[in-house]
Design a protein around this ligand. Sequence first.
Ligand SMILES: *Cc1c(COP(=O)(O)O)cnc(C)c1O
Ligand code: SF4
Length: 298
Amino acid sequence: MASQAAVGASDFPVFVPPSYLRRIEPGNPADPLLLQVWPAAAEAESPAGFTDDPVEDASFALRPGLLQKYAGRALMVVTGACAIHCRYCFRRHFPYDETPPSERVWDAAVEALREDATIEEIILSGGDPLTVTDPRLARLAEQLAEIPHLRRLRIHTRLPVMIPSRVNDELLSWLTGTALTPVMVIHANHAQELDDEVAAALRRLKEAGVLLLNQAVLLRRVNDTVDAQADLNLRLIDLGVTPYYLHQLDRVRGAAHFEVSTERGREIIAELRRRLPGYAVPQYVQEQPGVAHKVVLA
Ligand SMILES: *Cc1c(COP(=O)(O)O)cnc(C)c1O
Ligand code: SF4
């Protein structure tokens, strides 16, 4: 067992910030937060269909570090680093070494965006873009704001939930200091992740005028019950965050033990619709390579 867990861990090392560790219930091996970060022996299993690049990101690169799959939106991989390693991550085998976060790579991506007037929205992603320092992000935001056809700056990040103190004055300043409309998509999978410190960080973002959305991944034993989903989504609403997407797990090698069937996922969503206000029910979606949008399952 231990050696199998180590196989998973050496492939993608355990990495968890103390602020997240404190929210884990000591002595509970089934804690929904622990399960997201602890390398299970099952990671060594690789059932057919679970691959290294399940969403085929590698084939959608416009430039190193810049992906476009959908009309009007481009996604910039600004870094490979994250504040946490989520065991189910679809980018756990992403070839980040080929896309280092150097100024040169960023400048080339900005140049490509400038040349494509169909792109209205830039999504900063990763890895987690907020692991990069604020002076560098501020410079990038300024460069992006100078592109006349760009309207929205969207950040995909787990940091406000992982390390809420990351939401500091400098961040708010560059995020809301340009003409671009700021959108932030956070990532919480369980209500227990959303403690008072996270609530305070989200309130600061909200008060600064940032549109706040959440994406979650449907994960076996973590949040695959109606109660867990109801608690998560209602807590998000209370914190000013609109539930956006509940993702079907991408079939990445090492994550098969997190998979929930789409039948079960649809049942959960159907029951949520009976219980919650419509605005508290996320769209249950799946990434299907080659489709021009995320596919809505329910
Ligand atoms: C998910 C995703 C987006 C954003 O899609 P939305 O439906 O607008 O949230 C953009 N680019 C890539 C490559 C994506 O995977
Ligand atoms: S924070 Fe996001 S990108 Fe980073 S390991 Fe977790 S799921 Fe993957």
